[in-house]
Design a protein around this ligand. Sequence first.
Ligand code: SF4
Length: 264
Amino acid sequence: MKIYSYSKLSTFENCAFQFKLRYIENIKVDKDTIERFLGNIVHYTLEYTYLNREKLLKKENPKEAIVQLFRHFWAKGSEHTTDFKKFGGYKSSIVVVKRGRGPEDYKTMGERCIERYFDAYFPFDQNKVLGMEERIQIKLDPAGEYLLNGIIDRLDETPAGDIEIHDYKTGANTPSQAKIEKERQLPLYQIGIAEKFPGKKITLIWHYLMSGNEFPLVKTEAELQGVKSETMGVINEIESTKDFLPHKGPLCNYCEYFGTYCAK
Ligand code: SF4
């Protein structure tokens, strides 16, 4: 059995052909969208902020400093930092799909996300941070035949000793509470880390940074079992699929294979 991830499964559910090109045929296309780029830069800025909190606190204007950090990552990537992972800055080949918008609009949106987050959480000491971009493995069945890899944006321990799984979203739309309750990603992460924290309460928190909305949820054991069976069902479907058919729709505009490996 192969090892999956939440994004592999959702790719298959959106378009089986895209899944085949990306994960079976391993076709790499150098095409990035502005939404994906913006999401990465916001994630890096927040990760760097938590990891370098002490340095930030010493700045005369910490809010301006964190926005400057975002601007720096946007323009240059991480080339001038020595203690952080490498990634590239903005380049003109990054695709802007939405008509009437340019890269500067997204940059401004990213700055607003960072400012809003700063206003809500500075000095970032609400909890003890246990991990940033924490890599985990998720075992869905006792035999370990159904496995997923995952990366938790931020894993915290609260002053009361409870655990929180935080996830940052930079999409333009904020979903309804009902939609969040059906989400599989963070419950899967909970399944992945639960064994490490026996008996602890685990809260899942989605941060929708564009709107400033947050959704904290505590899942029941029955709900987590449901997520496990649903996910194993998707894996079974992938493993038994012979024809990975294209699914045309609005998401094609964001697909790296659109117009090349997959006809318009
Ligand atoms: S362009 Fe659309 S149909 Fe084709 S692989 Fe991408 S998402 Fe699927």
